[in-house]
Design a protein around this ligand. Sequence first.
Ligand SMILES: Nc1ncnc2c1ncn2[C@@H]1O[C@H](COP(=O)(O)OP(=O)(O)OP(=O)(O)O)[C@@H](O)[C@H]1O
Length: 187
Amino acid sequence: MLNQEVGAWDTVLLDPLTEDSFIENLQQRFKKDHIYTYIGNVLVSVNPYKKLALYSTDLVETYIRRPPFQLPPHIYGVAESAYRWLNDKNENQCIIVTGESGSGKTEAARIVLQFLVLVSSDLNEVQPIKNRLVHANTLLEAFGNAKTILNDNASRFGKYIDIEYDFKGDPIGGHITNYESNKIGFQ
Ligand SMILES: Nc1ncnc2c1ncn2[C@@H]1O[C@H](COP(=O)(O)OP(=O)(O)OP(=O)(O)O)[C@@H](O)[C@H]1O
């Protein structure tokens, strides 16, 4: 995994660090299907618009077992880091996913949600909450997404997903709040 890496996986290691070297590094990595690159603890993701073998239960387990940022950049690394800080430091965590229409925000949020569902326990009382979070997200997309010239599955709203955890790191509930309905006016 580590020896297949291309370019600099963290932009802060680039020398010289200029806009050109930053873009060139992203391009070099993207050509080899390395769509993720860190800038410190920020993750840059370039939408591949094709299915890549980047997401699996095995890989989730790999990212859970290793401290953050010791593995190649991945959205699992960001999700793992937030989950670890939540449990170890008992501090609220927030992952902000941002980018232009079609850049992959909806997919990224779904991958983070899947990660969080996989890493928490399989206890019978936790399962219905995890199912509800995943299904509510899917249901909202079914009603709230539509095809635009920029994206076949464009979200017509922004969303804030709030998941509450108990002291064992298991989800006990959550809210999905929709906002930014003025998105419709701009796309
Ligand atoms: N990680 C990924 N791997 C493969 N394909 C992806 C990935 N992320 C996004 N895509 C593809 O790009 C399309 C657009 O992505 P997505 O809907 O997540 O964009 P978005 O940023 O949420 O856009 P909008 O703001 O318009 O809702 C997806 O339907 C999917 O086909």
